[in-house]
Design a protein around this ligand. Structure first.
Ligand code: FAD
Length: 391
């Protein structure tokens, strides 16, 4: 490499069997699972571990096992639950809090029908609430359709992005993984017999790369059909007389279709966090992740949500107490990409989270590991195969 002075500088080269690019939700899980298998693995992230500049920050994420997005995701969520429960016992922390997840809407709506279909397929013991039961049990909700019903997934609840990512990286390092935070990958090059992962200071050589760069995936692997979207996170406070009603114990995580068709998701307040509410259709502010608008615009961002919050939860102040930007990366069919693009044996990718990926992170990390080491995957994941898209 030539530097400005004209002197030739020798780049350090680090060799391992597998290099993982991106240590967010998916990548840190892959690093952990590979290291636990005894694989010689190196993990790289452009930022610090557990940072708030990508997609895995904001304290909490909804956890669901009966996933309306695809029945096949139940196996992945359950694998996350199994792995995170084991990790929680090791480190004395909670990585999934199973307070339940309530889906509300008309009988044929996506939250109700999709959740029911997924529960039936995976044998999940959801509770079906009639309209009257819903009204009686959850008086916090308003604005739903006259025939709205509820489906409660008892295995659902919350998971914790920064905490879980840090634990996954800690477990990976303890199992022998090398970790390079603050190291930006400039390119992932496919070469004879493997990959070269180039950073400004070090070249990482390996037989395979697992690329899990979230919103930056299309920059490193330009053929992938992925589009990052600016999607802020919002926290709210209850009105003065309703504080108790919005505690997590009374107000679980939820997906909620209003009578007018808008959908909301969120959960109650807990230890160290306020009520979180987001809009299902966050709009389509497609963005370059390096140019993400990190400013919260009261007239655009807040107004977009406040009306729906006011309709759905009259006991909540519709002006958020806090908001921070985040990114979702959409795939064309809203399913993730987990596997080998073009079947290339040097590359495994995880991305296209489409706004519902964190709960599956540990399960996806295990799948990435199985693919990399050539094991049979624990579930049928054809619907996540990147080759389903003609690239
Ligand atoms: C508003 C919002 C609400 C959500 N709600 C939920 C929910 O309730 N439940 C749920 O399960 N999911 C939810 N999600 C989705 C979930 O957060 C994502 O699916 C998940 O965080 C994606 O993880 P990731 O590993 O793909 O990306 P990230 O966690 O962003 O990881 C990518 C990593 O790659 C690194 N990287 C990028 N480029 C480079 C480079 N060139 N060199 C080195 N490192 C690089 C980044 O720094 C980053 O750490 C939500 C997302 C948003 C935005």
């Amino acid at each position: 490499m030539w530097v400005a002075s004209g002197r030739k500088v020798r780049m350090e080269t680090i060799t391992s069997d597998v290099v993982v690019v991106g240590l967010g939700g998916f990548g840190s899980a892959a690093l952990w699972r590979l290291a636990e298998r005894g694989v010689d693995v190196t993990g790289i992230d452009r930022f610090d571990v557990g940072h708030n500049l990508g997609s895995s920050h904001g304290v909490t994420r909804l956890f669901r096992v009966a996933c309306m997005e695809h029945p096949g995701l139940a196996a992945v969520a359950r694998k996350s639950l199994e792995l995170w429960t084991g990790l929680g016992e090791r480190y004395g922390e909670t990585y999934v809090e199973q307070i339940g997840c309530l889906s509300v809407g008309r009988p044929g709506s996506r939250p109700v029908q999709g959740t029911t279909t997924a529960a039936d397929a995976a044998g999940i013991g959801v509770a079906h609430l009639t309209h009257d039961e819903l009204v009686e049990r959850y008086p916090q909700f308003a604005g739903y359709a006259d025939d709205a019903v509820g489906v409660l997934d008892p295995e659902g609840g919350l998971c914790f992005p920064e905490r879980n990512v840090r634990a996954q990286v800690r477990a990976a390092a303890e199992a022998g993984a090398r970790v390079y935070p603050g190291t930006r990958v400039a390119s992932v090059e496919l070469v004879d017999g493997g990959v070269r992962v180039v950073t400004p200071t070090v070249v990482f050589e390996a037989a395979q790369a697992v690329v899990a760069a979230g919103a930056w995936n299309p920059k490193l692997l330009p053929g992938l059909p992925l589009r990052p979207r600016r999607t802020p996170l919002y926290w709210f406070a209850p009105r003065a007389d309703a504080t108790q009603s919005f505690d997590l114990s009374a107000f679980p995580s939820f997906i909620y279709e209003l009578g007018d068709g808008r959908s909301l998701w969120g959960h109650g307040s807990g230890d160290g966090f306020h009520i979180k509410i987001g809009l299902g259709d966050h709009g389509s502010d497609y963005t370059d992740p390096d140019e993400l608008d990190r400013y919260i615009h009261p007239r655009i961002d807040v107004d977009r949500l406040a009306d729906a919050v006011g309709t759905a939860f009259p006991q909540v102040d519709p002006v958020p107490v806090k908001a921070i930007p985040c990114m979702i990366t959409d795939s064309p069919d809203e399913q993730f990409l987990v596997g080998r693009p073009d079947g290339d044996p040097r590359l495994v990718v995880a991305g296209g989270d489409s706004g519902h990926g964190f709960k599956h992170a540990a399960g996806v990390g295990e799948l990435l590991t199985q693919i990399a080491v050539g094991e049979q995957t624990y579930g049928d994941i054809g619907f996540l195969d990147p080759t389903r898209f003609a690239v």
